[in-house]
Write a protein that binds this ligand. Structure first.
Ligand code: NAD
Ligand code: UDP
Ligand code: UDP
Length: 318
């Protein structure tokens, strides 16, 4: 018999969280979504509100939370530089106090807990592609540090609760992920370029556009997270989840312009501080442990993402 699990998703009304809630509900679980709506929106989970197994609560993870659940996915944290740099102290608090509270909760109710960590723990990496045993090169006092160091310390807390309190933990390091329900104006490259192309505005490439990223479509990422949660108790990660297909930012700009059929031209702007030169996951561990690899090619994922933003454009929302 399939036992229905009670699953808490913090940050569940954000971009990734909303897709995760959807999938967990589809698999027959009770889902409690806790979010302070800093970057998330009720609209992202509006289509789930009618379902009896779904509950949405306004809650800030920097405060304690007393609920009874079997599994916790800890996603609460603004993810784009514009948002996490808006109130950097709050960003660090969200990662660290949030981790402590969710780990304390997991400890009390003996829940299994997964942390949404990030490729940013590798900083501006000296090895390429990045494997999980690479310790990273993060500037601890730079403008991205509130996010990077917050996430690094959250990982520390997860592993210490595992060693000290035998908690069942899972840590995934997520690489750039894109798809529908990304914020239209959070400054991330995929949403920026699509919105600019739709509006016929210049496509803003920072630096000379030769820096690289590898972009994972949201459905692939969610599959990976759910599989990681399902691994044996001894397996903790950290595990890279991302798409190893690497593109320069200039290549991405060209793809988006072609796909939208836009007349936008490319303009070059200064590169932001501490912007990593290149980023690409080594996903050998995920391939071997959870038999996972991304299935959606960038071109196909972009089509779906453009369709989402086109709809917002037609409605006059963007
Ligand atoms: P998002 O901004 O859409 O989602 C984050 C959610 O957390 C939002 O709903 C926000 O309102 C909520 N939140 C923020 N602070 C909170 C707090 N103190 N208490 C409760 N809720 C809070 O971003 P996303 O892209 O969906 O990212 C989700 C998680 O995945 C984040 O932890 C992020 O660091 C991680 N991640 C994302 C990516 C990516 O490319 N999207 C890459 C690496 C890591
Ligand atoms: N906590 C929570 N929900 C719970 C249990 C704990 O939010 O159900 C929080 C609480 O704020 C606590 C933190 O988690 O401070 C860490 O809990 P832990 O048991 O590890 O430490 P302690 O309670 O001894 O500080
Ligand atoms: N970028 C860009 N134009 C934009 C937004 C971003 O050229 O309008 C660049 C940015 O400098 C970085 C890359 O695209 O090199 C990815 O940026 P994003 O903020 O999406 O993610 P992250 O830097 O966190 O990987």
């Amino acid at each position: 018999m399939h036992l229905r699990k009670r699953v808490l998703v913090t940050g569940g009304s954000g971009f990734l969280g909303s897709f995760l809630c959807e999938r967990l509900l589809d698999e027959g679980n009770d889902v409690l979504c806790a979010d302070n709506f800093f970057t998330g929106a009720r609209g992202n989970v509006a289509h789930l509100m009618g379902q009896p197994n779904f509950e949405l609560m306004r809650h800030d993870v920097t405060f304690p939370l007393y609920v009874e659940v079997d599994e916790i996915y800890n996603l609460a944290c603004p993810a784009s530089p514009i948002h996490y740099q808006y109130d950097p102290v709050q960003t660090t608090k969200t990662s660290i106090h949030g981790a402590i509270n969710m780990l304390g909760l997991a400890k009390r109710v003996k829940a299994k807990i997964l942390q949404a960590s990030t490729s940013e723990v590798y900083g501006d990496p000296e090895i390429h592609p990045q494997t999980e045993d690479y310790w990273g090169r993060v500037n601890p006092i730079g403008e991205r540090a509130c996010y990077d160091e917050g996430k690094r310390c959250a990982e520390t807390l997860f592993f210490d609760y595992n060693r000290q309190h035998r908690l069942r933990i899972k840590v995934c390091r997520i690489f750039n992920t894109y798809g529908p329900r990304m914020h239209p104006n959070d400054g991330r490259v995929v949403s920026n370029f699509i919105v600019q192309a739709l509006k016929g505005e210049p496509i803003t490439v920072y630096g000379d556009g030769s820096q690289t990223r590898s972009f994972c479509y949201v459905d692939d990422l969610i599959n990976g997270m759910i599989r990681l949660m399902g691994t044996a108790d001894e397996f903790t990660g950290p595990m890279n989840l991302g798409n190893p297909d690497e593109f320069t930012i200039l290549e991405l700009a060209t793809k988006v312009i072609d796909l939208v059929g836009s007349k936008s031209e490319v303009v070059f702007k200064p590169l932001p501080g501490d912007d990593p030169r290149q980023r690409k996951p080594d996903i050998t561990l995920a391939r071997e442990t959870i038999d996972w690899e991304p299935l959606v090619r960038l071109d196909d994922g972009l089509v779906k993402t453009v369709a989402y933003f086109e709809e917002l454009f037609t409605q006059g929302v963007i």
